[in-house]
Design a protein around this ligand. Structure first.
Ligand SMILES: [Zn+2]
Ligand SMILES: [Zn+2]
Length: 180
């Protein structure tokens, strides 16, 4: 996974003013220079593109911003990482900041609470001798707050863990991409 930002470094503190988005293919200028670490998707490390992450203008008021944050607990976030599909709260707050939108004051200093999830594997993944390690890798990534696809390298080929929000809570399905 690449963790590269080819944007201009504005000053010695490592602030970046924008980056070249390889998804829509254009330079994105942030509202104001921002710490490099806050530009990256918390799940996959791809720079968050405020243009691609959300087709809308973004919230104009604190109340609208709260709706964006609330969407992280639904089946589809109002904005999401175009690289991995993550729409966790940690992602959303970074997106709002990059977009220059208001951030609900109660979200300042947010840390992701632990989420419960049921893990399912397909029969093929379940039959692997290292299935426990694979499940552990998926759980660790999920615990960081990821809601996009978690990609787990394995000797037999890349394995995906796909978190989905259901009425009764999160379900993480672990499978080979070809099994979707
Ligand atoms: Zn991502
Ligand atoms: Zn973009």
């Amino acid at each position: 996974m690449k963790k590269v930002i080819d944007g201009k470094i504005c000053n010695k503190k490592g602030l970046v003013s924008g980056f070249n988005c390889d998804i829509h293919g254009g330079y994105v200028e942030f509202k104001e220079p921002i710490q490099k670490s806050e530009v990256l998707c918390p799940s996959c490390g791809h720079p968050i593109c405020p243009e691609c992450a959300c087709m809308e203008e973004g919230p104009a008021t604190i109340d609208e911003a709260r709706e964006y944050v609330a969407s992280c607990e639904s089946n589809a976030g109002y904005a999401c990482c175009v690289n991995c599909g993550d729409y966790s709260v940690a992602f959303m707050l970074r997106f709002l900041k990059l977009k220059g939108c208001p951030i609900p004051p109660e979200c300042e200093g947010f840390t992701q609470p632990k989420r419960e999830a049921l893990c399912y594997t397909t029969a093929t993944v379940g039959a692997l001798p290292n299935v426990d390690d694979i499940i552990r890798a998926a759980e660790e990534a999920f615990d960081k707050g990821t809601s996009g696809i978690i990609k787990i390298p394995d000797a037999t080929g890349e394995i995906w863990a796909i978190p989905e929000r259901h009425l009764k809570g999160w379900i993480v399905t672990i499978c080979y991409p070809a099994e979707i």
